[in-house]
Design a protein around this ligand. Structure first.
Ligand code: ADP
Ligand code: MN
Length: 346
């Protein structure tokens, strides 16, 4: 599925990206963006615009309606292409490799950044494309109430919010907490380093006691910053010789959340259940929870940080987005005419 988008991406021109960006921005106001509104972004005569829209439609980058007027919208494929274009412009990466994970709410692919010096090796990163809103992001329903007639916008909004939250919290936690280093963010996507080793769920560790202790130590450290992961399990923990790394952060909550204790307990319990089932190690969840709640000093609390706080709830972010005059990265972006050095490893 993402492969198709990549193929199309290579064929898109500067004009195509301007049109897609126009639809992206105007989707804040329209379920179906009228053609005259796109003229402004495309800077093209009417018949040229029609030609480009038809081309984009054939490439399945835009969807058209003719009733009650001619209007266009985009789906994730085009949104992916827009994000890719931004990253290539910024030189965050220059090539896309294979898919390494399809989660409940994301597509994760390897990307390559060419080295600045010729003899150095290319760097490998991970691009995570959020897909919330397509399926069941916990906050989408709640958020919808605050979108007041902008339901058509909710998947863009939800996926972008999730990527934003995830990147923001990763920037705040790294390097104190053991997570992949966050590199860059755009729209509904983030770029980060590749997690070391493999998922806890997919491997059998030789020293389970050590890994369990290390995971619990990380949970404590995270909580001492006032943060709870809120989706912790063997699927979101990587293990290697060097230790553990925790991924998948968009649903984090702060210690002030009304269900904070309950959700912290669930995180601990998920981990304990895994070690109990796979390694026969038994620990008491309530004892650990009680100890954490009682003995955490919050000496490195980050919940007062406006960036962490501002995105602490979907409601706050919904308000922020509704208040924003424009949407997207249109103004700051430059569009290059050539496809230049974008290559594929397949
Ligand atoms: P989801 O919410 O869809 O579960 P995740 O962040 O857990 O999103 O990513 C889905 C899968 O992609 C993970 O289970 C993992 O296998 C892979 N993945 C995600 N981030 C990384 C990373 N930084 N390094 C290596 N693999 C990753
Ligand atoms: Mn996950």
């Amino acid at each position: 599925m993402f492969d198709d988008t990549l193929k199309v991406f290579k064929e898109l021109t500067k004009k195509d990206f301007r049109i897609l960006t126009g639809i992206e921005i105007e989707m804040k106001n329209w379920e179906w963006v009228p053609v005259p509104d796109l003229q402004r972004y495309a800077e093209l005569p009417a018949e040229k615009l029609t030609y480009h829209l038809e081309r984009l439609r054939r490439k399945k980058m835009v969807v058209r309606t003719l009733d009650p007027y001619e209007g266009y919208k985009i789906y994730f494929e085009a949104y992916d292409a827009l994000a890719l274009n931004t990253y290539v412009q910024r030189k965050t990466f220059s090539a896309v490799g294979s898919e390494i994970g399809v989660g409940k709410e994301s597509v994760v692919v390897e990307v390559l950044k060419n080295p600045e010096i010729e003899i150095a090796k290319p760097e490998v990163f991970v691009l995570k494309l959020h897909r919330e809103g397509r399926t069941s992001f916990k906050q989408v329903k709640r958020t919808r109430e605050h979108l007041a007639g902008k339901e058509h916008f909710s998947w863009i909004y939800a996926a972008r919010l999730a990527a934003n939250r995830e990147f923001t919290i990763m920037k705040k936690l790294y390097p104190d907490i053991s997570i992949p280093k966050p590199i860059d963010q755009n729209r509904h996507t983030i770029v980060m380093e590749v997690a070391k080793g493999s998922e806890l769920s997919k491997t059998k560790v030789l020293d389970p006691e050590w890994y369990l202790d290390e995971i619990l130590r990380q949970i404590r450290l995270i909580y001492s910053k006032g943060i709870i992961h809120n989706d912790l399990s063997e699927y979101n923990i990587f293990v290697s010789d060097e230790g553990v790394q925790i991924i998948d952060w968009p649903q984090y909550i702060t210690k002030d959340h009304p269900q904070a204790e309950e959700l912290l307990r669930r995180d601990i319990e998920n981990v304990l259940n895994h070690f109990s089932k796979k390694y026969m190690i038994k620990k008491d969840v309530d004892e650990i929870l009680k100890d954490i709640l009682k003995n955490t000093a919050f000496d490195s609390d980050i919940t007062g940080d406006p960036e962490v706080g501002n995105l602490a709830t979907a409601e706050d972010a919904a308000k922020a987005i509704n208040a924003a005059p424009a949407f997207g990265d249109f103004e700051e972006e430059t569009f290059s005419e050539e496809d230049d050095d974008f290559t594929f490893r397949n």
